[in-house]
Design a protein around this ligand. Structure first.
Ligand code: HEM
Length: 404
């Protein structure tokens, strides 16, 4: 049973959902063959891992602790202390410094800027009557927002985007030694860039997160060190773009592919929020992330040895029929829709969920207002980028009826 499941097969990754059904039924805690990594797929087990931070702390997985990469950080950059990836109590102190920027209240302060960027983007392609939604909108919106909010100039976006693509590569595993070192070199360039901007902000502070962190105090005791600030900022930058891009693209895909859904949501805007929650449940941009096993334990009858890695599969938990009946379909009246774990839960719950939800909500409302007759173009293949952790459509061609 389950021995033929291959999570790295491109066909599995193209459509995870039949495999998730098999994992739920046959191997809810599935050891990836040849590794000490265990994939946890049922909602209840995922919650167990997230709630037992002492047994399953953060801080391992397939991220970049490759010896050659560590050497690059030590020689040329800053060793990656990753304040947002450590464990309590330190983690809680760092999160206190960050959460208020992007929670629902903090994000609301950016609403005007978000709307301006949305309109600027739509103006640029409105008259064309068609676009690759991914490139024209879903990608630039969150990137421009997080770039501005953190305090970087728009003209650096191409460089920042290249660094953030490199940053997430190790999460999918399977990199060669050369690639690991290359990633580290890219991250060091990013770190150096942030350090330079930080030095500038100290001379001329702005109304941005980098300027505010430059004067923030850890536990009210001391200023943050430069390496702490650099690590927090690079983590926020990465978190702040790709995932919301994928969420936006999947939302529009689902909206247009399900018969009658577009008209329903367009005509009743109170459905925008439930629709977006269902969309993140169904197509969770972050399908899974890692935890360490701190001491010998057991989960769903499977022994997990100290030092093993647990892969929490948010995307599979969100399709667990025991938690979400009829799990593969959109249900705008689903009573427990907010219990999806696309943003995780517990200590490491995504600090950017307020910002992402606001961007998605404002984007969808504006799209429904400004792109009449929105539909999928005939030339889509709806394929996804291969990958273990992130779920991303390659492109999404849409058309609408431009007003004459
Ligand atoms: C749809 C959009 C997003 C999704 C699906 C998403 C998903 C996630 C998930 C699942 C985690 C949990 C990690 C864990 O349990 O270990 C996480 C953490 C994180 N996210 Fe997001 N995220 C999104 C948007 C954002 C945005 C907009 C930002 C920045 C403003 C952000 C920044 C972060 C950071 C810094 C962490 C690490 C937090 C910690 O470990 O304490 N994310 N995100």
């Amino acid at each position: 049973m389950a021995s033929d499941i291959d999570l790295f097969d491109p066909a599995t990754q193209e459509s995870w959902f039949p495999t998730y059904r098999r994992l739920h039924a046959e191997a809810p805690v599935f050891q990836i063959p040849g590794t000490t990594t265990y994939v946890v797929s049922r909602y209840a087990d995922v919650m167990h891992v997230l709630r037992h931070q002492d047994v399953f702390p953060s801080g391992t997985g397939l991220t970049n602790r490759h010896a050659g990469a560590v050497q690059v950080y030590q020689d040329r950059g800053w060793d990656r202390i990753a304040p947002l990836s450590v464990n309590p109590p330190e983690h809680r102190e760092y999160r206190k410094l960050v959460d208020h920027f992007f929670d629902a209240t903090g994000s609301a302060l950016y609403a005007e800027t978000i709307q301006a960027v949305i309109d600027e983007l739509i103006d640029s392609f409105l008259d064309d009557g068609q676009a690759d939604f991914m490139q024209a909108f879903a990608l630039p919106l969150p990137v421009r927002m997080i770039t501005r909010l953190l305090g970087f100039p728009d003209e650096d976006i191409d460089r920042l985007k290249a660094w953030s693509t490199a940053w997430v590569l190790p999460f999918s595993g399977g990199l060669t030694d050369e690639q690991q070192v290359w990633v580290a070199e890219q991250v060091v360039e990013f770190q150096t860039y942030i350090q330079e901007r930080l030095d500038e902000k100290r001379l001329t502070p702005g109304d941005d997160v980098l300027s505010k962190l430059s004067v923030a105090r850890y536990n009210d005791e001391r200023p943050l060190t430069d390496p702490e600030i650099i690590s927090i900022i690079d983590h926020l930058y990465i978190g702040g773009n790709e995932t919301t891009t994928f969420a936006l693209a999947s939302a529009v895909w689902i909206l247009l592919r399900e018969p009658g859904l577009y008209e329903r949501v367009r005509d009743d805007r109170s459905l925008v929020v439930p629709f977006l929650e269902e969309s993140m449940r169904l197509e969770s941009p972050t399908q899974g992330l890692y935890r360490r096993v701190a001491r010998d334990t057991e989960l769903a009858g499977v022994a997990l040895p100290e030092g093993a890695t647990v892969h929490i599969r948010y995307g599979a938990a969100n399709r667990d029929g025991d938690m979400f009946p009829d799990p593969d379909n959109v249900d705008l009246e689903r009573p427990n829709m907010l219990r999806h774990v696309a943003f995780s839960l517990g200590e490491h719950r995504c600090p950017g969920e307020g910002l992402s939800r606001l961007e998605q909500r404002m984007a969808l409302n504006t799209i429904l207002d400004r792109l009449p007759g929105l539909r999928l173009s005939a030339d889509n293949d709806f394929t996804h980028a291969p990958g273990f952790v992130l779920r991303a459509l390659n492109r999404l061609n849409v058309a609408w009826t431009p007003s004459t």
